[in-house]
Structures are given as structure tokens and as C-alpha cells.
Design a protein around this ligand. Structure first.
Ligand SMILES: *Cc1c(COP(=O)(O)O)cnc(C)c1O
Ligand code: SF4
Length: 450
């Protein structure tokens, strides 16, 4: 797909009330292994965890005759390339359209197949955002003045095959060795000490990995330690869980209570404790999501959403608008839509800056401004998040955008590169020659005035 912001029809053709309908059938019963699973069982977080799929062979066992040999072999090929292990809850697995898995946006996100992969861009990097470079102590990335990223765990209930931290998250695969696995309990004091000794820090993003994988005790421990640091004003627990494992919220009462207690303690201290989640496709939204989000809303805990713009998942206007309206309907605030990071094994997912600008243009004005996400590019090399249209210069022909980040890394220049497959034949030929690449980049930099 190539959207030209100035020529394409950017109107939404969605039915006005599509976002008010939440899927509520017993959709999992089409999966042969789960045809007799009751609503009560399916709603139980323990059942979901226990029946999560962690191996390609399990996909075949659970699907039975729904799994074609062609698809199975394609998944085996995918395992040789992907930087991420498989881990998927029955909830997400059953939402995949198994009559055409190749095209399904959920299959694309969580079950990589060999035939989808493209060669990585010449300037991709495992640590594209320089999170390790900007890390003063283990588990902390300190890039912005008053906020830090804290990564206490390297596991998640579902692994996204496009994870921006694939170098760290989810254990080693056939193609990538990873050092740690699980919750880094021993390293937390170092992180707290760092935050305590830097009074400019007011805001901590507790991510990973996924905060869903912290036990209730660990969540309380982290929350209380951080709230007790006088200069900390804002905590955000980041979890994709609400999107892919909502049963945790509706049935793991101990965990949810621990979060509510941290939230309450924060409120009493005049500090905010919120949750950031990660819905990317309207297909992830069902009555289970609605029930989970209602629980947050009733507890007074703000939930915000961060999506990633991905080809074949949400890179069209109707899906993006539907997703945003669904978030509003569930009282979740759409916060960011990221253009895809330039990390390994993700070239097939990436879109161009021009496409994302076109989608942002079509979305803005659809609903409340405070429910309209900001489309951002997290500048490769650690420039941080920049509004998608705020590049200094954009050579659309060669797919090179030039960025600066005056508040984050004054004086530095950053580049984002559009996927080569979306460029003209002539531009693709130029990219094939390393000396031409350097020349094009130098030229873009000069045109930008640096
Ligand atoms: C995204 C991010 C944050 C939080 O940034 P916001 O724009 O406030 O959401 C903080 N630290 C790092 C390193 C990040 O990547
Ligand atoms: S939930 Fe987040 S950290 Fe976990 S695999 Fe997905 S993108 Fe990576």
C-alpha cells in the first residue's frame, strides 16, 4: 500500500457505531482443542496461562485439522529467523482467523512465519533506540531530563514478534542469544538508588517485559519503593496484558488489588499511578477487553494506549479510526502511535513516514482531541520520540528523514529510513550500493542544514 497524503481519499468509510459493538460470542470453541471449554474456564487467568502456546508443535496439536502442512512448515521456517520466542494466550490465539492465518493481523503480530520475513534494512540495529547506550545502571534508561525507563523484567504473557527489545526479552531463540530471563529482583536496589540520587527524575515508566509478569508482591515492592522517593510524582506501569490477556484483570484479584493499593497510596501522596497498554488491532478488542477496562475505570486508574503502526495490522484509515474509537468507548486514552522501530526481523511491518503522516492526517478530527493519539517516530540513535511530521527534512524519493531533538540530545542529528521495498525502482538500485547510501544520507543532512 502507498498512501499519498495529498491525492488519496482520506475519508473514513466506517459504519458510525462499529466501535460500540464488542465481540461476545464463544469464539474459542472453533478451535478443536477448546470446543468444550466453558465461558467460566476461558475467563480464568490461570486457565489462560496454563493453556498458553509456547511451541510450534502445540499450534498443530491445538488446531488439529485447521492447521495446514504449508502453514506449519512456514512456522518452522519462521523459528529459524525470528528474534522472539512464541508465547500466546488462548484468548489471542482463538481470535486469529484460522481459515486465512497468513493475512490475519493477530497471527502477523504473534506467530511469525518464514515467508513473511524480508532482509533487514542496512541501517537496522538490535538496540536501535540506544536504550543500552543511554543506560547508566542495569535496568534503567535515562534519556529524558525528568523521566526514566525502568525494566525490572524480561518476560511477557505474550511475545510480539516485532518487539523493540527483542535483544533482551523472552529468552534466547535459534537466531539470538539473550543474557537474562525473568524478574531482575537482585538489581532493583541499584535502580532505586539511581533514581533516589537524581532529584530531577519525577516520572518512572515501569516496563520490561511486561508488568503483568510481576507478582502482586513485586508490584507492591516496586510501587512503594518508588512512591517513597520524595521527588517521584508519576508512575506508569506498562503492560500489553489488557490487550492480550484481559482475564488477568478480571480474575486475578490479588494482583489487581495490589495495583489498586499502589494507586491509592500514590493518590494519598499527591502522586499519579497509571497504566499504559498496547492495543494495536481492532481485532484484539472484545467484551473481555471491555470488562477489564471497566474495572480500571471503576477503580479510578487511568489507562492509556500505545500502538505501533504496522503494515497489514493497522496501516489503513478505517482500522486505525476503529481502534481509536474503541479505546474511547472503553475509557482508554489513545496516547501514541509509533512508526515501527528499525529493529531486526521487522522490515515487513514497517511503513514510510509519508504513510504515517497521511494516516495521522485522516485520523485527526475524528473524535475528541484528548482521545486522538500523537503519531511519533522514536528517533534511531536515542533522539527520543518526535512528532511524525516534525522532521527537519524528508527525502521521500530515497526514504530518508532527518531529525533533531533539541531537548534530548542538543546538537545531534538523527535519521530514520523508510523501508526500501516501498521506494521507486531507481531509489532501490541506489540503496543497493553502499557508497550511494552514504552519499544520499550526506545530501539529506546537508539539505536539512546540518
Ligand atoms: C518513551 C520513553 C519514556 C516516556 O516518554 P513519554 O513521551 O513521556 O511517554 C521515558 N524514557 C524512555 C527511555 C522512553 O523511551
Ligand atoms: S509486550 Fe512489549 S516487551 Fe513484551 S514482547 Fe511485546 S513489545 Fe516486547
Amino acid at each position: 500500500m502507498k498512501i499519498d497524503a495529498n491525492k488519496a481519499d482520506l475519508t473514513c468509510t466506517l459504519e458510525d457505531y462499529a466501535h460500540r459493538e464488542f465481540r461476545s460470542d464463544e469464539f474459542w470453541r472453533v478451535i478443536p482443542a477448546w470446543k468444550d471449554v466453558t465461558l467460566a474456564e476461558f475467563s480464568d487467568h490461570m486457565w489462560q496461562m496454563k493453556h498458553s502456546i509456547k511451541k510450534v508443535e502445540q499450534v498443530k496439536t491445538v488446531l488439529g485439522e485447521l492447521c495446514t502442512d504449508k502453514f506449519y512448515l512456514d512456522m518452522l521456517e519462521g523459528q529459524k529467523i525470528t528474534p522472539m520466542n512464541i508465547r500466546i494466550t488462548p484468548y489471542v490465539f482463538a481470535l486469529i482467523d484460522w481459515s486465512n492465518p497468513d493475512a490475519d493481523p493477530l497471527r502477523k503480530q504473534f506467530l511469525p512465519i518464514g515467508s513473511q520475513f524480508l532482509p533487514d534494512h542496512p541501517y537496522y540495529k538490535a538496540d536501535s533506540l540506544h536504550e543500552d547506550v543511554d543506560s547508566p545502571v542495569p535496568t534503567i534508561t535515562h534519556r529524558y531530563h525528568d523521566k526514566v525507563l525502568f525494566l525490572p523484567t524480561t518476560i511477557c504473557p505474550v511475545y510480539c514478534s516485532y518487539c523493540t527489545r527483542s535483544r533482551l526479552i523472552g529468552g534466547s531463540t535459534e537466531s539470538v542469544e539473550k543474557e537474562t530471563y525473568g524478574v531482575n529482583s537482585g538489581k532493583m536496589d541499584v535502580a532505586f538508588d539511581y533514581i533516589r540520587s537524581h532529584p530531577q527524575i519525577e516520572d518512572v515508566v515501569i516496563s520490561g517485559g511486561d508488568a503483568f509478569m510481576l507478582t502482586a508482591k513485586q508490584l507492591t515492592f516496586i510501587g512503594e519503593n518508588l512512591l517513597n522517593i520524595p521527588h517521584i510524582k508519576r508512575l506508569r506501569f506498562a503492560t500489553k496484558g489488557i490487550a492480550i490477556y484481559p482475564q488477568k484483570i478480571t480474575s486475578d484479584h490479588e494482583w489487581f488489588q495490589a495495583l489498586c493499593d499502589v494507586h491509592k497510596k500514590g493518590r494519598e501522596m499527591g502522586k499519579s499511578v497509571v497504566v499504559h497498554t498496547h492495543f494495536s488491532s481492532p481485532k484484539e478488542v472484545t467484551i473481555f477487553s471491555k470488562m477489564a477496562c471497566d474495572r480500571f475505570f471503576q477503580a479510578g486508574i487511568i489507562v492509556r494506549n500505545q500502538a505501533v503502526l504496522q503494515e497489514g495490522v493497522n496501516d489503513n484509515i478505517n482500522d486505525m479510526i476503529l481502534l481509536i474509537r474503541q479505546m474511547g468507548q472503553m475509557n482508554v486514552q489513545p496516547y501514541y502511535v509509533y512508526i515501527h522501530d528499525m529493529v531486526p526481523g521487522c522490515e515487513h511491518f514497517r511503513t514510510t513516514i509519508a504513510e504515517s503522516v497521511a494516516i495521522e492526517k485522516a485520523v485527526r478530527g475524528m473524535t475528541a482531541g484528548f482521545n486522538t493519539p500523537t503519531f511519533v517516530c522514536d528517533a534511531p540513535g536515542g533522539g527520543g520520540k518526535r512528532h511524525i511530521a516534525s522532521y527537519e527534512y524528508y527525502d521521500e524519493e530515497n526514504g530518508i528523514s532527518v531529525w533533531t531533538a533539541p531537548n534530548v540530545k542538543p546538537g545531534e542529528v538523527f535519521f530514520y529510513f523508510d523501508p526500501i521495498r516501498k521506494l521507486s525502482k531507481e531509489a532501490q538500485d541506489r540503496w543497493a550500493k553502499p557508497e550511494m547510501r552514504e552519499k544520499m544520507i550526506a545530501e539529506a543532512r546537508k539539505k536539512a542544514g546540518f
